[in-house]
Design a protein around this ligand. Sequence first.
Ligand code: HT7
Ligand code: ZN
Length: 872
Amino acid sequence: PPTVRLEDYRPSDHLIDRVELDVRLDPHDTRVSATLALRPNPAGRAHAPLVLDGDDLTLLGLELDGQALAPDTFRADASSLTLHAGPQRPFTLRIETRLDPTANTRLMGLYRSNGVYCTQCEADGFRRITYFLDRPDVLSVYTTRIEAERAAAPVLLGNGNPVEAGAVAGTDRHYAVWHDPLPKPAYLFALVGGRLDRVAKGFTTMEGRAVEIAVYVEPGKDDRAAYALDAVERSMAWDERAFGRAYDLDVFNVVAVSDFNMGAMENKGLNIFNDKFVLASPDTATDTDYAAIEAIIAHEYFHNWSGNRVTCRDWFQLCLKEGLTVFRDQEFSSDMRSRAVHRIAEVRNLRARQFPEDAGPLAHPVRPKRYAEINNFYTATVYEKGAEIVRMLRTLIGETAFRAGMDRYFADNDGTAATVEDFLKAFEAVTGRDLARFAEWYERPGTPRVAVSGSYDAAAKTYRLAFRQTRPGAGADAPPLVIPIRLGLVGTDGPLIDAASGRVEDGVFVLDSAEDTLIFENVAAEPVPSLFRGFSAPVRVESALDAAARLTLLRHDPDSFNRWEAAQRVALGLMTAQVRGDAPEEAGADDFVAALGVFLDGEALRDPAFAAQILALPSEGDVADEIGTEIDPDAIASARRDLRRRLGAGLRARLLTLREELAEPAGTPFSPDASAAGRRALRNAALDLIAAADAETGTALAQAQIAAATNMTDRLAGLAALALLPGEAREAALTAFAERYADEPLVLDKWFAIQAMIPEDGTVARIRRLQGHPAFAMTNPNRVRSLVGSFSLANPTQFNRADGAGYALVAETVLALDGTNPQVAARLMTAFGPWRRLEPGRRAQAESALRRIVATQGLSRDVADIGTRSLA
Ligand code: HT7
Ligand code: ZN
């Protein structure tokens, strides 16, 4: 496929000022009439032909300024429409196309989900609705008339504000007209038509605008929409408080649909959501679901400024809206919940998804330089590493300057399609700093390493910290990165050491050369360095701290993130030592258990959510990432199982007591708030460890918990604990769960996922059976992700089976899906990313599965692109 390159960007030769769409919805024969007010772009080439993008379109009619066009003046096929000589003046083009929304299984463009008409246009779906300049730097004002059979689609929604609605005389059809006054790129276009229930509430912005917020869901599910509605309201209020950003239309609509390629979409005034990230009730949603709903509602709402009012010049600038908006939603969630616990969750997620991506064949810069298929670049690197860059910028310049820079960015770029340079320019303007060297973070792939070594001079009472940064694959001439390191010194017996170093400002040292040394004066006794507090930069830290020093940090570091990090590092050390066959660390493990015991005694009940994070060991993926090469997932799984067993046995009495102390008194009403969720999390972390050490007690506790559960978090945690304990009890619990939730697809997704993650030989066969379950459908991305995605991403021993059966299952699913939904197929295939780091036997198996996929005739561009890059 042709490669698109950043360096080839040039402005469009034409602009489209206004778009009038008339969409007559029909299940198989939808007609779209698009009237486009075009003009040559003064910044483009004069006399250039007009080339409009299309994808799978059928052209029915074409008029220029009201006149049908002569056949020799244009060329049209399914993927483009060319006017050989576009007029050198403003002109109007009317284009009529025909679509079949029911046959649209790719879920891009206009499609039907459970009978509801909806659209998805980012990145390039609008061209599946009409021929257009489908690029984010062409901004137009849209008016949309939507017409449909009233009984099939009583609700008709578009972007912007409602203008008029009525019956189509003499028919059973009706229409609605929507007008969006703010110019936008085509990727933010949306419409919805269907039978939907509505919940709504009013909000008055700080500018005094009365806004009606509404959430639309499938009929009968309106009792599950309250949390999402509340989250929209909280997001609106927060963006005013935190960033001074007010909403700008009279209505803000959210629609939940069940067939959706990703999480949600920020269409102007009409956010469309995967219903998984809207619908919540205590009986069907876990605490994790509630938190994800809150975060994604906020994320899409925040795009109204970081994405919609200021959009991207081209898709290479995707991080400009996505990294920034992830940063904004993370800040929102931190304010709504515990900041420390949320930071831990963010870093767990970054390490689980972005670090491996950055270390594998699909690595790319946060601002990529080329792509074959843009839909494959909605990645953890663009989103999560992109957010880390924004956070580092704030750390470097301070909160006040950061806020001023954001204000400047929005003011200077409002209503335009901007670049990363425009973003940085705003911060340069308010701080007077040159950020050119900082900008390097956007340009190169790979996770940097920072090696740190400390030495104490007792006679001089000085402490030296030597830093050295390296980047994987970077040549010796690669410029060093600007790395903000938040740090401090902790005394071995507790008290803080307030030692000065002139180069640490507000607790931050900026490493901007390949090597540097910090010297602290007047240090009375050898300290333990606490480095990268709050995970102040997305790097791997290499430091020779021993377990005792790390356990000191766990006890005494005032930085909660680093207390957690210390416990994780000790656990990682124990597990990697076992995997590598190093000297058995019996004593080390005992010290760890003892330290956790002391921690639990002192703090578990004070901050259960934090304690739950301390108890949750690094994942098998974290251990694999630490080991780096020749990975044997079985050895890792067994090391992790052993450590869980040790903790479960060593802490058993405390954990059992904690479970009692944390139990909700009967009749307590359910609350999804962070403190209630934290208590449940700790109780369930305790269950996991108890069960790891003692299957009999674990089974009994899990069964009792399922029987008594009044919410999905506890019921599912019970089931998850049982799922790791082979036997009758497990199978009976799985059967009962499926019966109870037979009519709840989103809950059955959890049931699919739990079974897909069972680390046993029978799992591949179980998944093959489940693919035939009546609730499973290859056409629904949530079902595929739950069953096959959970398997490939969260079942390392079975996906990486030595006989290749796990790879074969995923490869077959990728190929089966590619014909109908290439975007989801390609995403599933990214699970093969770390294949080169496996031990030789598995590496060969994974490679041959990848080669089988790539050798298949007629592959989509999406899957071919992932395949080619994975094997490169
Ligand atoms: N901006 C959106 C990204 C997106 C998407 C969403 C749904 C389906 C297909 C999609 N392609 C790209 C979502 C977001 O980041 O907010
Ligand atoms: Zn986004």
